[in-house]
Write a protein of this length. Structure first.
Length: 152
C-alpha cells in the first residue's frame, strides 16, 4: 500500500551554515533507492516536507525524521494514495521558489500551524475538513510546479 505524508516542523538549528544544501544530494540518492518521492520547502524558520511511497518505508523514514533534534515537529498528516503525485522528484528542494509557489507554501504552513495549535478535542472535530484542505493545497502545488500534471 502507498501513502503520502506531510509534516511541518520548526527549524531549531538546521541550515545555518549550508548544512541542508549539502545533505540534499544524499537524501535524493537514498529516496531514489527506496522509491520515495516528494519535496522539501524551507523558509529558514520552518520546514514543510511531503513524502510519498510504500507505507512501510515511509513509516521507517518518519521514525528517523522524528529522532532528528535539529527541528521540532509541529504537525503531521498522512493519507493513502493510489498514485504518486511527484514521481520524478526523489527530493525536490525549494528554498528560492516563485512568488506563486511561496504563497501556496505560506498558506499551507498557516493551515498546518492552525491545526497544530488546536486542542486535541477541537482538532478531532475539525480534523477531516482541515486535512482535506491541506491535501487540496498539495495538489495545487503539484499543478503549479508541474503545469502538465493531471489533476487527481
Amino acid at each position: 500500500m502507498m501513502k503520502s505524508l506531510l509534516y511541518l516542523s520548526r527549524n531549531l538549528s538546521f541550515n545555518r551554515d549550508g548544512e541542508l544544501e549539502r545533505l540534499i544530494p544524499q537524501i535524493q540518492k537514498r529516496n531514489a533507492r527506496l522509491s520515495v518521492s516528494g519535496y522539501l520547502y524551507t523558509d529558514q524558520d520552518y520546514f514543510l516536507q511531503y513524502l510519498e511511497g510504500d507505507e512501510a518505508v515511509l513509516d521507517r523514514l518518519w521514525f528517523k525524521i522524528c529522532q532528528d533534534d535539529r527541528h521540532e515537529i509541529m504537525y503531521m498528516t498522512t493519507t493513502d494514495i493510489d498514485e504518486l503525485r511527484f514521481p520524478d522528484w526523489s527530493m525536490k528542494f525549494f528554498c528560492n521558489s516563485t512568488q506563486v509557489e511561496v504563497l501556496l507554501y505560506k498558506y499551507l504552513i498557516e493551515q498546518m500551524q492552525f491545526m497544530a495549535s488546536k486542542s486535541l478535542k477541537s482538532r478531532v472535530l475539525s480534523f477531516f475538513g482541515q486535512d482535506l484542505n491541506i491535501w487540496k493545497m498539495v495538489d495545487h502545488i503539484r499543478l503549479v510546479t508541474n503545469p502538465f500534471a493531471q489533476h487527481a
